[in-house]
Design a binder for this molecule. Structure first.
Ligand SMILES: Cc1ncc(COP(=O)(O)O)c(C=O)c1O
Length: 495
């Protein structure tokens, strides 16, 4: 062994990442807090900017040996990062399915980064985690016995649920034998409105994306159960093994919901697993007027649900609920080789609640505490009101659109999404697509990704997905005005 020789080379024993001057860093911290609170407080008027060349030049530099110091790094953040972040926190942001975070969420992140938890099955985290999960189950109407795990994203939550489904339903032990030694090819089913992360999960689980059967939806974008039973029957007769149905609670394009009671019946009859991607839509359970859309959701085998979407937690936080806790644990538990983790397992007592072992990553941020703090601070009614308000607002937007001769709805307004396009007599479908794409560009120049676009059943469309707690109805009056202005301008240039 080579020893560090005293006096020849320093052993850096005093070196840490703590500040030399705690008062100085504390005062920088206060400044950062004041600035970020001011930023959020005034976000309505905050202008969006595309990154300038000088900002990019300032960012793309070689890493120095000495570093710039915390104060300088923060000055750089204010000067060349913050002004060019996409302003998803603005009241006028309805692109993709992106939550807006909250000031208290930001503060919670600071607290949890301070204690830097990595493991949530021992000490007080065990209780905050368990209680947060209990609250999620209660809010979504799931039975108390349901197990679950907090993870980093909706994609990961779906992956987790589908991994359990695959292992639980495999005819040969999946953990030891793998996918190759299954007697039949395992296949699974979803609607043509399903999010692409399901496809990715299926691929990563080694099933091959050909195993995922995309089935047609009806005029309300609900999976056609007749098509599902037919596909299962045909697959069985060809020697495939149908093992899982994937439903949607809130499709990404139009916010549609499958018929969970009907899917449950089919899954029971066919002895299949029922997984639902409810990344944002599960929370509609909290609305007064639309909660019927998730009737039967509590009967599924596993559910993926996000916090960083409609619950507006800071990125990232999601959850997988799984009914069969043993199947969940067995899928992810480490093998005999993880000697160094055995004491943690002993301390956590209930093996099935050992949250460190219920998803792919071992080290994770303090997801349980984060969910706990946000739910504890806001309670149920705040979220109930916010979710209802977003639904009311997209219906208001739809009314505005219906009163506009040059804008039309392109899909039914089912939950919190309004799809529409600008139209003008005499334009072909191709020209309309081009026109609306140009309008999207104009909107993105106001605030990047402020609204998004998609193609639904072959039709290009603009799309507002409203999970924004800061939006007011008058923001949609403004949006319709901007769409009209842009449509008229682009139309002139097209002609
Ligand atoms: C319905 C649905 N499922 C899954 C996802 C993926 O979630 P995440 O972005 O948290 O990975 C999304 C993202 O928008 C979604 O809308």
């Amino acid at each position: 062994m080579v020893r560090v020789m005293e006096n020849k080379i320093s052993d850096w024993d005093d070196e840490t990442l703590d500040p030399d001057d705690w008062d100085e860093l504390t005062s920088l911290g206060h400044e950062m807090l004041d600035d970020m609170m001011g930023f959020l407080k005034n976000i309505r008027t905050h202008p969006f900017n595309w990154p300038t060349e000088s900002a990019i030049n300032e960012i793309m530099v070689p890493l120095t040996d000495e570093g710039d110091g915390e104060k300088e790094a923060y000055e750089l953040f204010k000067r060349s990062i913050l002004p060019y972040t996409g302003l998803v926190v603005k009241p006028q942001f309805w692109g993709f399915v992106v939550g807006t975070g909250s000031p208290f969420g930001m503060l919670t992140e600071m607290l949890l980064a301070g204690v830097n938890y990595f493991e949530e099955s021992i000490l007080i985290s065990k209780y905050t985690y368990k209680q947060a999960l209990n609250w999620v189950k209660e809010l979504l109407g799931f039975p108390e016995v349901t197990g679950g795990v907090f993870v980093g994203s909706g994609s990961e939550a779906n992956f987790t649920g589908l991994a359990v489904a695959r292992n639980a339903k495999a005819k040969e032990d999946m953990k030891t034998k793998g996918i190759y030694e299954q007697p039949e090819k395992m296949v699974l089913y979803c609607s043509d409105q399903t999010h692409e992360c399901i496809d990715r999960s299926v691929e990563l689980l080694g099933l091959g994306n050909e195993a995922l059967r995309w089935l047609p939806t009806d005029e309300n974008y609900v999976l056609k159960t007749s098509a599902l039973t037919k596909a299962i029957f045909e697959d069985r007769s060809k020697g495939f093994y149908p093992f899982c149905i994937i439903g949607n609670a809130g499709t990404v394009n139009v916010g549609a919901f499958d018929d969970f009671k009907a899917l449950r019946k089919i899954a029971d009859k066919e002895n299949m697993w029922l997984h639902v991607d409810g990344a944002f839509g599960s929370w509609i359970k909290l609305s007064e007027t639309h909660r019927h859309l998730v009737d039967g959701l509590e009967q599924v085998d596993s559910l993926a649900v996000d916090f960083h979407k409609w619950m507006n937690s800071p990125f990232t936080l999601a959850c997988t609920l799984v009914k069969d806790r043993l199947a969940h644990y067995s899928t992810f538990v480490y093998g005999h080789e993880a000697e160094y983790l055995k004491s943690v397992v002993e301390f956590s007592q209930d093996q099935l609640e050992n949250h460190g072992f219920l998803a792919l990553p071992l080290s994770k941020p303090a997801y349980g505490e984060k969910a706990y703090m946000l739910l504890r601070a806001c309670g149920k009614d705040k979220y109930r009101r916010l979710i209802q308000k977003n639904i009311n607002q997209v219906n208001y937007l739809a009314e505005l659109i219906e009163n506009e001769p040059n804008i039309e709805l392109t899909a039914p307004v089912i939950s919190n999404i309004t799809c529409f396009r600008y139209v003008s007599d005499g334009l072909s479908e191709e020209e309309l697509d081009k026109l609306n794409h140009l309008i999207l560009g104009d909107m993105w120049n106001i605030n990047c990704c402020m609204i998004s676009d998609t193609t639904i059943k072959g039709k290009y469309t603009l799309r507002v997905c409203n999970i924004n707690h800061r939006t007011r109805k008058y923001d949609f009056d403004w949006l319709v005005g901007e769409i009209k202005k842009s449509g008229e301008k682009q139309l002139k240039q097209l002609k």
